[in-house]
Design a protein around this ligand. Structure first.
Ligand SMILES: C[S@@+](CC[C@H](N)C(=O)[O-])C[C@H]1O[C@@H](n2cnc3c(N)ncnc32)[C@H](O)[C@@H]1O
Length: 331
């Protein structure tokens, strides 16, 4: 998934830095990804550590992580994916509120894909209700739907706006692709809480922190993913059909340093790794000062080529080089 702040391209750098600092004994360590997003960082540690604890404020992220991290034993799913792909479309909440043919003028999906997303979402729920599937399969199918719907969404990059014309990838018919996960002997834990609340309820060895670094709220930018994941009823607001969303203190200039320090102070972990970049709300020096109060501090940086999407269909991606910081604290 193309996600703001995704560490997809940085996960090797993060893992090798953690290994260098902690040593080669990850096998008996509990690793926590407290702002997990797509789950890519937790995934890269899942088979190397004793346990991953994964958390995010957003429900769509919980669904992805509940599957990629929480699921750890094999589930027989190929038949369900096949059945979902054969379903006829059905009029439901997504079609009515987010497709041209529905009751609004919005166009986040083609009519056909909106109808299919509804039919698939309803079928997954009905299998769970009738106990045809258990929760592990439910989250696997839901994660597969979120990833596959995102591929045919008619947006430039995030769901803050839709495009007037259906772009090429949005014209393609949705195909549910299995959201496969790694099998492990060990179990993992997945949460959907505010970081600063959860930190008081967990402990472990390695804490990885990757909060938002600017004012863009994830709940607003990915509202459609929450709507598909929750499939609840609400009145979509305004031109973009926004749902009520949670506002993170990490996106607020006046709050971020306070909540960050509270988090570091309350963390019961031996090592803390904190990803941030040079365009963030907190300056490098401010972070250093906060972290130094709680133990031995170090900093590793890497240059990183980031692509900024235009808000146009042509997606003229502009490559910009930013510096990614990994602040390290031994508590
Ligand atoms: C930079 S992204 C993480 C990206 C992730 N590492 C990845 O590679 O996909 C920041 C994440 O923090 C989450 N978030 C924001 N505020 C939060 C909070 N107070 N508690 C927990 N998660 C929060 C957002 O929903 C978002 O998924």
């Amino acid at each position: 998934m193309n996600y703001i702040g995704s560490k997809y391209k940085l996960s090797d750098f993060i893992k090798s830095t953690v290994q260098e600092v902690v040593g080669d004994t990850l096998k008996d360590k509990v690793f926590c990804d407290l702002f997990a997003g797509t789950g890519i960082v937790g995934k890269s540690f899942k088979t190397s550590v004793k346990q991953v604890i994964s958390n995010d404020l957003e429900y769509y992220s919980y669904v992805l992580n509940r599957n990629y991290i929480g699921n750890h034993i094999k589930v027989d799913t190929s038949n369900y994916i096949k059945k979902l792909n054969l379903l006829e479309g059905k009029k439901g909440f997504v079609y009515k509120n987010y497709c041209k043919g529905g009751e609004s003028d919005r166009q986040y999906f083609s009519n056909n894909n909106g109808l299919k997303v509804d039919a698939i979402r309803m079928q997954i729920q009905s299998w769970l209700t009738s106990k045809e599937i258990n929760e592990n399969v439910y989250y696997f199918l839901l994660a597969s739907l979120l990833e596959s719907a995102d591929k045919v969404a008619n947006t430039a990059s995030v769901y803050g706006a839709y495009l007037k014309q259906l772009k090429k990838t949005a014209q393609k018919e949705i195909e549910i692709v299995p959201a496969n996960f790694e099998i492990t002997k060990n179990t993992h834990r997945v949460y959907n809480q505010d970081s600063n609340t959860l930190i008081n309820q967990i402990e472990g060895d390695i804490l990885y922190l990757d909060p938002p670094y600017n004012a863009r709220q994830y709940g607003a930018n990915y509202h459609i993913l929450n709507t598909i994941a929750k499939y609840d009823t609400f009145v979509p607001a305004g031109k973009t059909g926004l749902r009520p969303y949670k506002r993170s203190n990490y996106c607020k200039k006046g709050e971020v340093a306070l909540v960050f320090e509270e988090l570091i102070k309350n963390a019961k972990f031996d090592y803390i790794f904190f990803s941030y970049n040079n365009e963030g709300l907190m300056a490098e020096e401010e972070i250093r000062l906060i972290m130094k109060r709680y133990g031995k501090y170090n900093l590793v940086t890497t240059a990183y080529q980031r692509f900024k999407a235009d808000r146009t269909e042509s997606r003229n991606h502009k490559a910009t080089t930013t510096t990614e910081y990994l602040h390290i604290l031994e508590k």
